[in-house]
Write a protein that binds this ligand. Structure first.
Ligand SMILES: Cc1cc2nc3c(=O)[nH]c(=O)nc-3n(C[C@H](O)[C@H](O)[C@H](O)COP(=O)(O)OP(=O)(O)OC[C@H]3O[C@@H](n4cnc5c(N)ncnc54)[C@H](O)[C@@H]3O)c2cc1C
Length: 500
């Protein structure tokens, strides 16, 4: 019997830079498969917007693959169940997919798939699609390996597959999704590979011109940021594609060499560094999946868990804390599914320090709101901004300072908080000075203990990156470049403008 393959799509919904698709064309007969998993649909992080965004991409991809002879089947169910059903009609020999760094349910699912493949005699091959390294014991050398992956040649997508015919194509399981309690999705940005490429092009051609200056204000960031995060999270673009397009653009701008081009290149280098952060933060969850629900620094266990105040949480979650910048950002996020990095950090800092809320519930709320929810980045950032990693300097954002710096005319606030400045606006739910004093006292007291210091060294070894891991050419490129290239070296604090 010849080889026959199933290409299993997950968060890699694209045709280009897709190793499993290339391997399927080489092997023999093939079908592609996307499974809407009850474990995802029912998870606390999943929202209607995520399902709808995935649906649009899967259907666009189905058309595109169909034109090249590869049917994309859609199924509802757990993976072993779906694979077993498919195999009874189509006796495939290989399952081909990308590695995924996801929440616990996806780890459990992967274990079940591995077991099923062993028992069924199916060969499961997985490829990395990011700079995340599976089975990594130590961070030393990570950055050089990231660089190697990002610079690897992008092979062209196959022109045709030998698609296996006669299998029911399967419709998107709308009724099941509704049964699981999901309503209509909010308005979404354009989805799919073509839309992702358009977004990248408009950023590299024009929008990125003032990137470093304009990404901190929630008003200017909407345009100045790349807005690629959801496309990267669902895999309409690979990090490698974005990296290579950015480096090519920087080289072209440098070749032009006038002041305007040099300035543009400088801004794009700030952006380029963030692609490394993407994988750097994901690596933490890959290496330690428990950080989804457990403190990175175990000395922080018990610090906030018992103090969870649901009224405060509800006020934060709905944008009713009486702190205008916090409330406007939350309402903007809840309405649109996106807010910039600085304001995400401020929202979490407010929950963690002003309201003394443990990060897990706020993290779930944000995960549902962020269209770009990426578990590895998300949980690592939640813990970093909440002060539970043991190694990052505590960064307590003042909402008033963020208001003065990034919305001095209160335009953003008035847009999202119509009652601002009227008697209808709620009074502050906590006293900022007292709350921050208490938070500092609790955390600094804890951090000074020998146990906390010992653990910090261990966390640094596991999750902090190293200067020495950078390739020599980049190390020579200057201190600023090195810091940008590897922001978490020694895990010093860094902000969204790339400053330590
Ligand atoms: C508490 C918190 C939770 C977050 N959760 C997520 C999440 O679930 N998914 C997500 O993609 N980003 C998350 N971020 C990081 C960051 O805020 C978003 O990536 C960014 O705002 C997305 O917009 P953009 O694509 O226009 O960003 P750009 O500024 O254009 O950045 C380009 C890309 O670089 C990566 N990136 C940028 N900043 C960071 C960062 N600080 N850490 C890691 N990668 C970064 C992202 O992939 C982003 O798409 C979180 C940040 C915080 C503080």
């Amino acid at each position: 019997m010849g080889a026959s393959a199933v290409v299993w799509f997950k968060r890699d919904l694209r045709l280009a830079d897709h190793a499993p698709l290339r391997e399927a064309a080489r092997l023999g007969d093939a079908v592609a498969l996307y499974v809407v998993e009850p474990a995802w649909v029912g998870s606390a992080e999943c929202e209607a917007q995520h399902l709808e965004f995935a649906r649009r991409q899967v259907l666009a991809l189905r058309e595109c693959l169909g034109r090249r002879g590869l049917p994309l089947l859609v199924r509802w169910g757990s993976l072993p169940e779906v694979l077993a059903g498919l195999r009874s009609a189509y006796p495939f020999t290989h399952l081909l997919s990308h590695e995924e760094t996801g929440p616990q349910w996806s780890y459990d699912r992967d274990r079940a798939v591995a077991r099923w493949c062993r028992e069924a005699g199916v060969i499961w091959r997985q490829w990395p699609q990011k700079g995340v390294i599976r089975g990594l014991r130590e961070r030393a050398g990570w950055a050089a390996r990231w660089q190697g992956r990002m610079d690897a040649r992008i092979e062209p997508a196959p022109a045709r597959w030998r698609g296996a015919g006669g299998l029911p194509i399967g419709e998107w399981p709308d009724a099941r999704i509704r049964q699981a309690g999901h309503g209509a999705a909010r308005e979404l940005p354009a989805a799919g590979e073509a839309a992702a490429h358009d977004t990248l092009a408009s950023f590299l051609d024009v929008r990125g011109q003032r990137y470093r200056f304009d990404i901190s204000s929630p008003s200017s960031a909407v345009r100045a940021c790349s807005r690629l995060s959801a496309h990267l999270a669902f895999g309409a673009l690979s990090v490698r594609q974005v990296h290579q397009a950015t480096e090519a653009r920087i080289a072209a701008l440098q070749a032009v060499g006038d002041a305007e081009a040099r300035s543009f290149a400088y801004h794009l280098r700030g952006f380029s560094a963030r692609l490394r952060w993407h994988c750097h933060f994901m690596q933490k969850l890959e290496s330690e999946p428990q950080i989804e629900w457990r403190n990175v620094a175990r000395v922080c266990d018990g610090l906030r868990e018992q103090a969870f105040d649901r009224e405060r949480f509800d006020a934060w979650r709905t944008g009713n804390t009486g702190y205008p910048m916090v409330d406007a950002c939350m309402r903007c996020l809840n309405a649109t599914g996106w807010i910039n990095f600085r304001m995400r950090a401020m929202l979490v800092s407010f929950a963690a320090y002003h309201l003394w809320l443990h990060w897990r519930e706020p993290g779930l709320h944000l995960a549902r709101q962020f269209l770009d929810f990426e578990p590895g980045i998300h949980w690592s950032q939640m813990q970093m901004q909440s002060g539970t990693t043991g190694i990052n300097t505590l960064r307590m954002y003042s909402p008033a300072r963020q208001h003065a710096d990034h919305d001095p005319r209160s335009e953003f606030i008035r847009r999202w908080l119509p009652e601002y400045g009227t008697a209808a606006y709620v009074r502050p739910i906590v006293d900022e000075r007292a709350a921050l004093h208490l938070a500092r006292q609790r955390l600094y007291t804890l951090r000074r203990t020998p146990e906390a210091r010992r653990e910090a060294a261990e966390v640094q070894r596991r999750h902090g990156s190293r200067r020495g891991g950078l390739p020599p050419t980049r190390r020579r490129a200057g201190a600023g470049r090195v810091r940008d290239a590897d922001p978490a070296q020694r895990e010093l604090p860094f902000d969204d403008a790339g400053r330590a």
